[in-house]
Design a protein around this ligand. Structure first.
Ligand code: ZN
Length: 489
């Protein structure tokens, strides 16, 4: 049984204007911050056993978030699906600074494929200019202490969850700045044993804004004087994405050069790729005020009397801009009032930002509202951009957008790929448009997601001719092709 809900009803219930923020903006703590009775960074270095340490290594087991950050079953954390990593070995050269960690994985992809053998690597080569890479070193407890000494950290007394800490804050070197020209802020929380239990920094992200990255360190143990947390976790988007259970560690390993080999010099010159010719018109009419925008991740545009609705925004910010340009050049100048998101995975949300800048209301599955709003209302100071104030609308069951000229039905389809999936039905054009429900190659078995959609379409008696995809198929596909995936059940 399909529950039909009209957009005005959803609007009154669920149209929510953003107001909160993930975390404080990465404004640098001003020099001259109040000193407190807590330890000096030199005392922390002594307690951590770091005074004569230039490098260290440790081993253990690790885990990583399944698939990757923002490719999870649920948009919001916690993300319990994890892949285990064995034989984890990590070495840090605190002077270069450089770091290399690696281990064996046996990882599952998209929750159903047979697990694949692989190697998980975190590589921060010396002299990297990327803060995104270097923060991996500064966020370690040992990197934090060395950075706090080198870059003259300020300290202050703070309280977190009712416990008092001394917080040290330093800024990235002058040579390492964000696109807006800001030095990056690094905070470290030191407990009453003078051990670093938590670190944090912010890095610019086209979708997440000033994205906070947090290191959490627990269960310290001394390895010949070097203090090492047996439990290590990194968090992004407020959820754990990577962690290590340490089983051995040592300071100043004599084989450092083999643990962190010098990078091979890049061979040959890498010429810039030839500018690809983008056809002037990537749009294709689907009949009755509906168009497909081809090229890369496909989008669908539906025209109403006084506005447009767009389903899917592309896999990158530049693709989102291209879709808007294609609409303006080849379809319509009407207001883009709604940008509809198929599901919250990173490759299906990166293109939302240009539409948000245009003032479009984001329409997404109810389950994605909190996370997408949090991401899109986070400050964007590192990028040098104003904070967005997007309107976000949640859909569950079936949402309908309709006026006298056109109609879209947005069906929430429960499935294993994500718990926040919408597919779009254009009843009068006879089109179903979807993301990631890719039909199998001839003769191959369909994946479980496709079968779930096929069962839904059959049970709900959803009618259409053309089966169109964000990931364009090479051949024309129909409702019958979709239903064929469950023909033998
Ligand atoms: Zn996906």
């Amino acid at each position: 049984m399909i529950r039909y809900t009209t957009i005005p009803a959803i609007l009154s219930l669920l149209l929510l204007v953003s107001c909160s923020n993930e975390s404080e903006a990465p404004v640098a703590t001003q020099a001259g911050a109040e000193t407190n009775a807590g330890p000096s960074i030199e005392e922390v270095s002594v307690a951590m056993g770091l005074d004569n340490v230039d490098s260290l290594m440790f081993t253990g087991t690790a885990w990583r978030i399944r698939n990757s950050f923002r490719q999870t079953l649920t948009a919001s954390p916690p993300w319990p699906e994890r892949d285990q990593i064995s034989n984890w070995t990590q070495a840090i050269d605190l002077n270069a600074p450089a770091m290399l960690g690696s281990g064996d994985t046996f990882s599952s992809n998209l929750f159903f494929d047979p697990p694949a053998v692989g190697t998980h690597v975190i590589n921060v080569p010396a002299n990297t200019e990327s803060w995104r890479q270097q923060l991996e070193i500064w966020l370690t407890p040992w990197g934090f202490v060395k950075g706090a000494q080198r870059f003259e950290a300020q300290s202050s007394a703070v309280e977190m969850d009712g416990i008092s800490y001394t917080m040290f804050t330093f800024l990235s070197p002058e040579s390492m700045i964000s696109p807006s020209g800001m030095r990056y802020t690094v905070n470290g929380y030191v407990n009453t044993d003078n051990l670093v239990v938590r670190t944090e920094t912010w890095v610019e992200d086209a979708f997440m804004g000033d994205m906070r990255v947090v290191g959490v360190y627990d269960d310290y143990m001394s390895y010949n004087g070097l203090m090492v947390p047996l439990s290590i976790e990194q968090q992004r988007g407020e959820g754990g994405v990577f962690g290590i259970d340490v089983s051995s560690a040592s300071a100043n390993p004599t084989n450092l050069s083999s643990l962190i080999p010098a990078p091979e010099s890049s061979a040959g010159e890498r010429g810039s790729p030839p500018a690809s010719e983008v056809p002037a018109d990537l749009t294709q009419a689907l009949g009755d005020g509906a168009w497909l925008v081809g090229g890369g991740y496909q989008a669908m545009v539906v025209e109403f009397t006084d506005h447009l609705a767009v389903f899917e925004s592309g896999q990158s910010e530049s693709r989102g801009e291209q879709i808007i340009q294609q609409i303006r050049d080849n379809i319509s100048d009407k207001e883009i009032r709604y940008i509809i998101n198929s599901h919250p995975h990173s490759d299906h949300t990166a293109g939302l930002v240009p539409f948000i800048r245009e003032g479009a209301t984001l329409v997404t599955h109810d389950n994605n509202v909190d996370f997408l709003r949090m991401a899109l209302t986070t400050s964007r100071t590192l990028l040098g951009e104003e904070t967005f104030v997007p309107e976000v609308m949640g859909i569950s069951g079936v949402g309908v957008m309709e006026d006298e000229s056109n109609r879209i039905e947005l069906h929430a389809v429960p499935n294993l790929h994500t718990d926040g999936m919408l597919v779009a039905l254009l009843p009068s054009q006879g089109v179903l448009f979807q993301a990631d429900f890719t039909l199998p190659q001839p003769g191959a078995e369909a994946n479980p997601f496709v079968k779930t959609l096929a069962r839904y379409i059959e049970e709900s008696d959803v009618q259409f001719e053309q089966y169109l995809a964000v990931h364009a198929a090479q051949v024309e596909q129909t409702r019958n092709d979709l239903l064929a995936t469950i023909a033998n059940e």
